[in-house]
Write a protein that binds this ligand. Structure first.
Ligand SMILES: Cc1cc2nc3c(=O)[nH]c(=O)nc-3n(C[C@H](O)[C@H](O)[C@H](O)COP(=O)(O)OP(=O)(O)OC[C@H]3O[C@@H](n4cnc5c(N)ncnc54)[C@H](O)[C@@H]3O)c2cc1C
Length: 320
């Protein structure tokens, strides 16, 4: 891909949603299309959830009626993408957008580059909030304080156990999945705390993970602090309750990845960071669309793929 190139459609993000958009556009014969992904491979968040013996599969593949490892699911999506003529730009991060000109500025190993398009789809996913943003968990980010993506990296990427006695902060599906993975990798039974009175994961989700662990639950924790100077030693609540551990794993509470939209002046609601939609998946600026978890609501990977396919239909209507 050369700098200054013009495409019919540019897709920001190569996760399930971005892949769905590219596959949907290819089926409609729309091109040229560029998909820009800041990581070295496509597949997005699920790709980091590697398949391994004794591991915990956490991605529902509804079309096959089973739960699989993220890598398997994302791998199948990536194969579908490979059959299209999409230009795939890896290790390239979109750092700035000009919504009116539909111009994207990319930072890639070779330098800085601009591309333009007739339509752009934002499929940048979601991210976990920082402890500071969460507001109720004070304390320094010492060693052995990690987010879900760190836990995944340690366990799935490097085969390392980040904590033998983990304290899991959060109680949604992602928190239960992290607790199960830690236990399956050899940790003690995890402690799980949240400010909610009862876990936010649904009953079926909790039952699914019970095969690996049933964390010791403490709800209604109004404010808490991470203990430990050099390395995490647990969590203490403002009313003096103590949860000892040698690692604090902060999970869940995702926010849409809308920094680019904010930077470029697309309409975004604050503090929720939700994109303001003009209609369907169309954004405030004509020719701009969104797909997948960047829309908020936080759906499974396969839902995001099909949502991407749906966005392709809307883009095709716009381009007609
Ligand atoms: C921490 C975490 C853990 C999760 N765990 C589970 C689980 O166990 N089970 C489950 O079913 N679901 C899980 N999910 C949800 C699942 O990953 C999503 O449903 C799905 O991946 C969303 O697809 P997406 O394409 O919208 O976003 P993503 O898969 O996040 O893909 C977005 C892509 O956009 C790229 N990107 C972002 N910004 C830029 C930019 N500026 N320039 C270039 N590229 C960019 C990112 O690198 C990423 O590859 C988890 C999500 C998160 C965030």
């Amino acid at each position: 891909m050369s700098c200054g190139q013009h495409f019919k459609v540019a897709i920001i993000g190569g996760g399930p949603a971005g892949i769905g958009v590219a596959v949907g556009l290819a089926k409609r014969g729309i091109g040229p299309v560029v998909l820009i992904e800041r990581r070295a491979e496509v597949g997005g968040t699920p790709m980091g959830y590697r398949k391994k013996p004794g591991g915990v599969p956490t991605f529902v593949e509804w079309t096959r009626g089973r739960v699989v490892f993220g890598e398997e699911l994302a791998g199948r999506m990536a194969k579908r993408l490979a059959k299209t003529d999409t230009t795939i730009r890896l290790s390239a991060q979109v750092t700035q957008i000009d919504p009116a000109e539909k111009r994207l500025t990319l930072l890639w190993p070779e330098g800085v580059c601009d591309v333009t398009a007739d339509a752009v789809v934002l499929a940048a996913g979601a991210r976990e909030q920082t402890p500071a943003e969460k507001g109720w968990l004070a304390g320094a980010r010492t060693a052995r304080v990690g987010f879900t993506r760190h836990i995944t990296g340690w366990l799935d990427g490097h085969g390392l156990l980040p904590a033998r006695k983990p304290v899991v902060v959060g109680s949604d599906l992602i928190a239960y999945s992290a607790a199960a993975k830690l236990r399956a990798a050899g940790s003690d039974k995890p402690v799980m705390i949240d400010r909610r009175r009862s876990p936010s994961a649904g009953l079926f989700e909790r039952l699914f993970f019970r095969r690996w662990t049933r964390p010791d639950w403490s709800g209604d924790v109004t404010a808490a602090g991470i203990k430990g100077d050099r390395s995490a030693a647990g969590v203490q609540s403002s009313d003096g309750q103590d949860w000892h551990g040698d690692g604090v794993m902060i999970c869940g509470e995702l926010v849409p990845n809308t920094e680019l939209a904010l930077l470029g002046g697309l309409a975004v609601e604050l503090p929720s960071r939700q994109l303001q939609l003009a209609r369907g998946q169309a954004l405030s600026e004509p020719g701009w669309f969104a797909a997948g978890n960047v829309l908020g609501g936080f759906h499974g990977a396969q839902w995001c793929y099909f949502n991407g396919r749906q966005a392709a239909r809307r883009v095709a209507n716009f381009l007609e």
